[in-house]
Design a protein around this ligand. Structure first.
Ligand SMILES: [Zn+2]
Length: 74
């Protein structure tokens, strides 16, 4: 975040927006790595859009409820 204070997606469109959240370029659930090279900083709206896209292109995943003991409920 300190190294990249501006939203990368907005910057690509010549819009200057403060980044508020680090984002995994390749989501972890798609096999992305939790390392700096896979992190970009985005503003809230770009992050929301990207997350929706990430989830939208991924095969439907059942949202299971997780109990306090870490096991699925039901
Ligand atoms: Zn943005």
């Amino acid at each position: 975040m300190a190294a990249e204070p501006l939203c990368r997606h907005c910057k690509a469109k010549d819009i200057i927006t403060a980044a508020v959240t680090p984002d995994h370029i390749i989501p972890l659930f798609k096999g992305g790595l939790a390392e700096d090279g896979n992190i970009q900083c985005l503003c809230k709206s770009c992050h929301d859009i990207k997350t929706a896209k990430d989830l939208g292109t991924f095969p439907h995943r059942q949202q299971a409820e997780i109990g306090a003991d870490g096991w699925r409920i039901g």
